[in-house]
Ligand binder design. Structure first.
Ligand SMILES: Nc1nc2c(ncn2[C@@H]2O[C@H](COP(=O)(O)OP(=O)(O)OP(=O)(O)O)[C@@H](O)[C@H]2O)c(=O)[nH]1
Ligand SMILES: [Mg+2]
Length: 258
């Protein structure tokens, strides 16, 4: 990895106190990479822990403390927009529960020389998921197929939360249009990336079930995930009918000189 690459990992957390210190240390092991924790007022004190890490690591760890309604989508909206206000050239998204191994960071960052957004993908070659019950694997693979079929998206893994963006590509996303509150945010963001002409690449990863803590997937966010592809399809049709509602046409990005 280039020593001077300035990358910022946006790390949403809700009750991740057992996982956070280790994952932050692992990410900071890569030179030129910083962390932005977006904590949703976790009852287990993850936010205070994040503040301690920020004190210890100076400007390589920053923290957003969210108040009010919590949600993964809402947190990513805040985190990604703040990341765009930083000087990071590459902006990443990653879960804090060790499902997304930081050891893939060099590959993700390298692939961003060729692509506007790189997905850490579980489904490039079959299914590379460890320690998930069959029920969970079926739910995830079916959810992916559902999204890909309805929206005609090409990536194998449209619901992965492990991503690396070139800042110019992320800056073109019309954040004001994004309405998902939960996990469906990931699909909506990818839909907008596709609509703005991003080149989307995938790096195969092995996804491992969370190390500690509990899942936050609720019935409400699952329901939102079921509806979201149809809502986005409607948006695409509307944009087609009213071209003024389309995101700005974008020039093709050329890979940066390194
Ligand atoms: N800020 C914030 N973070 C969240 C919220 N829900 C989940 N997260 C974080 O988003 C990441 C993914 O959430 P998980 O609960 O692991 O969801 P998952 O990976 O689909 O479920 P598991 O398989 O059980 O791990 C983790 O880092 C969570 O702490 C939320 O409402 N707000
Ligand atoms: Mg998880």
């Amino acid at each position: 990895m280039e020593r001077d690459v300035r990358a910022l990992v946006v790390l949403p957390t809700y009750n991740e106190r057992e996982n956070l210190p280790g994952i932050v240390e692992a990410i900071l092991g890569y030179p030129g990479v910083a962390v932005l924790v977006v904590d949703d007022n976790s009852p287990d004190g993850t936010g205070r822990l994040a503040d301690e890490l920020a004190r210890r690591h100076g400007d390589r760890v920053r923290v957003i403390h969210r108040e009010g309604l919590r949600g993964l989508g809402r947190s990513y909206l805040d985190g990604l927009q703040q990341a765009l206000n930083s000087d990071a050239e590459l902006i990443l998204q990653m879960d804090a529960d060790w499902s997304h191994d930081p050891s893939y960071l060099p590959q993700m960052l390298a692939a961003a020389a060729e692509y506007d957004v790189v997905i850490g993908s579980r489904y490039v070659q079959g299914v590379s998921v460890v320690n998930w019950p069959l029920r969970r694997i079926l739910l995830s693979t079916l959810a992916n197929r559902y999204v890909r079929e309805i929206l005609g998206l090409v990536p194998h893994d449209c619901t992965s939360g492990y991503r690396c963006w070139r800042r110019e590509a992320l800056a073109r996303i019309p954040f004001g249009a994004i309405a998902s509150e939960g996990y469906a945010f990931l699909v909506e963001l990818l839909f907008e990336a596709d609509a703005t002409g991003c080149r989307i690449g995938e790096v195969p990863i092995i996804f491992v079930e969370r190390r500690a803590g509990a899942s936050k997937v609720s019935k409400r966010v699952l329901f939102e995930s079921l509806l979201t592809p149809w809502r986005l399809l409607g948006r695409r049709l509307l944009r087609h009918a009213h071209p003024t509602r389309r995101p700005e046409p974008q020039p093709t990005l050329v890979p940066r000189e390194r």
